[in-house]
Write a protein that binds this ligand. Structure first.
Ligand SMILES: Cc1ncc(COP(=O)(O)O)c(C=O)c1O
Length: 375
């Protein structure tokens, strides 16, 4: 059997990783400024993470969601406290798309409605409803087009009023900061007005923090910059440093009913152990403070690279915009300078999503390499 060939691959085979570095099968060391699509939060093979998963595996790795699992309760308590979202309840699943799928389903259960408002250039995943609210027709199959979705440009509040005024909208879904789309984000004023119009009309506001959450933006969740309270928050990527997991944080205004949501693997012992060790490390190692410190250093230093036209995003969720397509530059960064970076829908944008443990010296190394390649 061969693999179903859906991914264009770089010719690199990582076999080992530690902190912000990855080694390939030939022993070449790479600086990882991409964290495998923003997944690595506390650093590759973090010792606490490795111990926590190893010890858990020796005890019990999995049982179904029909038994008590104190690790889920511990994870929910720690997440509520660290994210300052103690008035939310947690539903655990296995991926980002699944988090959004459940969030959208819940909004539809709660409101009895089915139309969703989403935004231009959004990315919310590849399952049924999640892909339907993703602004990319190329990844929507005919079966996904049954969903009722309206895409609006970011920061056009009158259009949001207009759609919600039609009284058939279950939810508005929006990324804290757009990831795959290219690091655009709503203004504080826009987020506040969206929240207010949603609240007034019984429409649920879903904040997709799958990429922008877990400290990456310099706050636990990127929306916290805008002083708003969503109804549902979705998380995944950085949540367990590479172990598959997704989380739906649901305002305690909404009551759970048995059978409303469910999953076989979601919230299993191993995923919880991994996710708890991530929260402990974020707290104990003060990683959010590190994100802010490194971010400010980055902003200062990148000014010396004149070919960078614009820096987008916040914290360690950054995009460098050039006036040329960055495909070749990314290849040179990997093969000439041994640095992983990311791309986005915006072909002119280089995406930077390193582990939250990265240090200024490593950013300096990248900026130097960038200068050499652009000279
Ligand atoms: C903002 C956002 N939402 C949802 C997803 C989907 O997550 P997953 O690939 O884990 O299903 C992604 C993945 O890139 C994402 O960036």
């Amino acid at each position: 059997m061969k693999l179903f060939d859906v991914y264009p691959l770089y010719n690199v085979t990582p076999v080992k990783a530690e902190g912000v570095y990855v080694w390939d099968d030939k022993g070449t060391k790479y600086l990882d400024l991409y964290g495998g699509h923003g997944v690595i939060s506390i650093g590759h093979s973090h010792p606490k993470y490795v111990d926590s998963l190893t010890n858990q595996l020796k005890e019990i790795g999995f049982y179904s969601n029909s038994i008590q699992n104190p690790l889920q309760v511990e994870l929910a308590q720690k997440l509520g406290k660290l994210s300052d979202c103690e008035n939310f309840n947690l539903f655990l699943c296995n991926s980002g798309a699944e988090s959004n799928e459940n969030a959208l389903k819940l909004a539809s259960f709660v409101t009895g409605k089915s139309r969703i408002v989403s935004f231009t250039n959004s990315f919310h995943g590849r399952t049924s409803a999640a892909v339907a609210v993703t602004d990319n027709m190329n990844i929507n199959a005919p079966i996904n087009l049954q969903q009722k979705v309206t895409f609006l440009p970011l920061n056009e509040i009158d259009l949001v009023y207009h759609e919600i005024g039609k009284k058939d909208v279950a939810a508005v879904i929006i990324e804290g900061i757009q990831g795959v789309g290219g690091l655009d984000e709503g203004t504080s004023e826009f987020f506040k007005e969206v929240q207010s119009v949603c609240n007034k009309n019984g429409v649920l506001l879903i904040l997709d923090e799958i990429q922008s959450g877990y400290g990456r933006s310099g706050q636990f969740f990127a929306f916290q910059q805008h002083n708003i309270q969503p109804d549902i928050i979705t998380t995944a990527k950085g949540m367990a440093n590479g172990f598959p997991i997704g989380g739906v944080l649901i305002s305690n205004k909404y009551e759970a009913k048995y059978g409303m949501l469910g999953t076989t693997f979601g919230g299993n012992h191993l995923a919880c152990a991994a996710a708890i060790s991530v929260l402990d490390s974020i707290e104990q190692e003060k990683l959010i403070a590190n994100v802010n410190e490194v971010y400010h250093y980055f902003l200062e230093e990148i000014k010396s690279v004149s070919k960078v036209k614009k820096v987008k995003g916040r914290g360690l969720m950054l995009g460098l915009e050039f006036d040329f397509e960055v495909g070749e530059l990314r290849k040179k960064l990997i093969f000439d300078k041994n640095i992983f970076t990311g791309g986005s829908n915006n072909k002119y944008l280089l995406r930077i999503l390193p582990p939250l443990t990265i240090k200024k010296e490593q950013i300096a190394f990248f900026i130097n390499a960038l200068k050499e390649l652009l000279a």
